[in-house]
Design a protein around this ligand. Sequence first.
Ligand code: ATP
Ligand code: MG
Length: 617
Amino acid sequence: MTNPSKKLGVIVGVDGSVSQVGMYSMSNDSQLLWYGDILTGPKIGAFLTINQNDVKIIATVSSEKVIDQQNTVRSVEFDNRFHKDSINRVITLKTKGVIEENKFQLTSQYVPMVGNEVTLTTKEELDLIFGLESGEYSIYVGKSLLEGQPINIPINKFFASHIGIFGNTGSGKSNTLHKLYLELFRSKYRSSILDCSQFFVIDFNGEYTGDKTFELDSRNKQIFEIDTRSAEAGQKMPIKKSYLFDPDILSILFDARPATQVPFLRNALRTFNNSITDEEKFAEIELGLLRSIIIGTRSVSGDALENWIKAAEAVGIIPDTLEGLKGNLTNIIYGNLEIRASDGQTLIVDQGQITLDGEVTLKLDELKSKLSLRYKEASPIYKLSYFLEFQKVYVSAWKSTNIEFINPLFHRIKSAFESLEKVVEIKEDLDDCFKPMNIISLVHANQEITRLMPMLLSKMIYDEQKLYVAGNEVNQTKHLIIDEAHNILNAEYRNNGDDWQDYRLSVFEEIIKEGRKFGFYLTLSSQRPADISPTIMSQLHNYLIHRLVNEKDLKMLENTMPTLDKNSYQMIPSLGQGEAIITGNAMQVPVFVKVEREETNRPKSDDIILTKLWTEN
Ligand SMILES: Nc1ncnc2c1ncn2[C@@H]1O[C@H](COP(=O)(O)OP(=O)(O)OP(=O)(O)O)[C@@H](O)[C@H]1O
Ligand SMILES: [Mg+2]
């Protein structure tokens, strides 16, 4: 038998979904003991039940006040104001939904009516409100703040959605993020999750790199320490060639200027990706360039040969192989149909053709095989770098491009390729490159790699997933988890041109708009929601909001979260550490929860206790 309800008051006024309750007594205890259950008193935010025949209308308290009787007789002697029996407490309720036939649902089908009695919401009723539809599997995250009820999140509606976790620094985002996925891996689906799904955590601060994070060991978890500082090879990030050698990505990496440098990169990559199939092709093309420069007519620019020699040196061709060129050609006057070697005798070019003697004197054969060998032995990144060196000579030799515009790009190419070489491994395909859980720590990466890597990886794994799923059933999913997402998703990025902005936002906007269809889900955590692109913010399905005080951040949430009501919204600045509001399409009503703290297995992000530190040392 269910317990009888404790009657608190009666509806005395209704205005839309807001109604006033006249309380029978002051009932101002914060908690009430009722048949063995501790229930929350009618304080702001608490649930109350309005009884209307068989239907229970569920509402929350949004304001309270007292009304005192008027001193109608205007007598001092009989003034009956301001004592226990003269004061009436009136509370305002906001209707949330209805319990009918043992099921809670959101509906405005029923409205309270004057005279309906109001009772405390019982434990059974709370279970229905916070509870899940029968047969729905869930994970436990903590207890509700006001009622102390266990809060479970339905696995399907929550994890098959884009999730946002927001809150000020130190409010508990990283712990919450870790806890959510930890509980998912603790669920009965663990082994199938590890079989069918992949998780990628972009970790800007190295918080998730511990051995035990997510309760996964090295069989199921791989930590990529992206380290551009140390020379010793850590675990490099596998990247498919086509993603790295892409004009958009490289333009961003090199911070290329749109007018001259971007077209240069585009053309160069087209040739590189289509024509340079092996080292023979490379040597052939670059030697062909040298020949054209040597026999070139007046139209060849004066420094072309010198530039070619510089490129060859940059590729690592040793000086004595280049001796023939330097000794015999650097002082000649261009445009002659006839060129003699430095001995004044040997004809190198005769009637616009390189002679057999010329071939020998200039050591062209040797040059070609050296070029071919250097190219063959280079890593994929240096192969491209070598090609670009000569491409610069090619575009400037006939003055179509001013080399002065391109040179600055090459300083950046050099440093970018040096960093990339340390952290990236070029792959033809991604089979077996990733484990179920992949943590990408960027704490030791320099700025350009920190900027590039999350985008490169996200684009790559999203495209792969899309390709795999297109036209088929989704039988594997990918979950991209970005802590401190404002690092890459902010609408404005300091010091950078538009290219990076557009490309990056277009990548993530596509993921957030289309990802769900392909089984690709995003979880974002950030302390500055106001900085994140509104397009991205407004397409999140579920939110965990920790304490936030900044006006701009709160405004952003108010504008983008359809499921958050005004009362809950007003509570956000006063939440404590680890306390959050969960709202979105996985929850029937916004719930306030104290996320349960994991005692041992947490991200490396604890508050530093200075006095402890200073005592120990
Ligand atoms: N659910 C919780 N219960 C109790 N304490 C918590 C809880 N979650 C986090 N904390 C504590 O709060 C502090 C900050 O937590 P956390 O690093 O998760 O915050 P954050 O929001 O990610 O901060 P930042 O924005 O700086 O990354 C830590 O000391 C942590 O132990
Ligand atoms: Mg954090």
